[in-house]
Design a protein. Structure first.
Length: 202
């Protein structure tokens, strides 16, 4: 079955059109390639026809998957989840994020987007977290745009609005966890400072 003219997803890179099939001579062996043209990037690549599945290239997700994304955004936030997530170091979370991005599942990408939006509201994001949020936001909006055949600007606004609605609905929990974290830090910091004062007096 020919894939020419099909839209596919290259994990970590985005949505591309399979524009044509080419044959290149590699070490005196004729090798078939598919040419991929990325929709929202001025980038064209060649992928060996036999290596499509190996690199994780897949078909577009479905409209049901898009509906599931909005269901995920509407899920109630757990205090325990937020506390535990924010305790995990950025290096560890980033390793998990990158593995999930390379896996290429749209739902996983949506969860990373939602999680980082919650963390941004909770404590702000580091430079690395902002970079990942930007990456998954682009991957998410590109694929949803291709699935629903909507302008990408419209999809970006819809995703942002859905996530902000969820943030408003869970604002009480986020604020409660944030206040608890600040209080814990303050008490620990005060105790350490007081201990230093006692040691100096002795």
């Amino acid at each position: 079955m020919s894939l020419i003219g099909s839209m596919v997803v290259y994990p970590g890179y985005g949505v591309a059109l399979v524009s044509r099939e080419l044959i290149r001579d590699i070490n005196d062996v004729a090798v078939s390639f598919y040419e991929l043209k990325f929709l929202d990037k001025d980038v064209t690549i060649l992928v060996p026809k036999d290596g499509f599945e190996h690199v994780g290239i897949r078909a577009l997700s479905t409209k049901k998957d898009v509906e599931k994304i909005y269901d995920i955004f509407r899920e109630s936030l757990s205090e325990d989840w937020l506390e535990e997530t924010c305790k995990v170091s950025w290096n560890r979370r980033n390793k998990d994020y990158q593995n999930r991005i390379r896996n290429g599942d749209l739902i996983d990408v949506a969860r990373i987007y939602r999680d980082l939006k919650y963390i941004a509201f909770y404590k702000g994001l580091s430079f690395g977290e902002k970079a990942v949020l930007s990456q998954v936001g682009t991957l998410l909006s590109e694929e949803c745009s291709a699935i629903e055949k909507k302008p990408i600007e419209t999809v970006v606004a819809e995703l942002k609005g859905a996530c902000e609605g969820s943030l408003r609905a869970n604002a009480g929990i986020i604020t409660k966890v944030a206040d608890s974290t600040v209080s814990t830090w303050y008490n620990l910091h005060w105790k350490r400072s007081w201990f230093k004062i006692i040691k100096v007096k002795k």
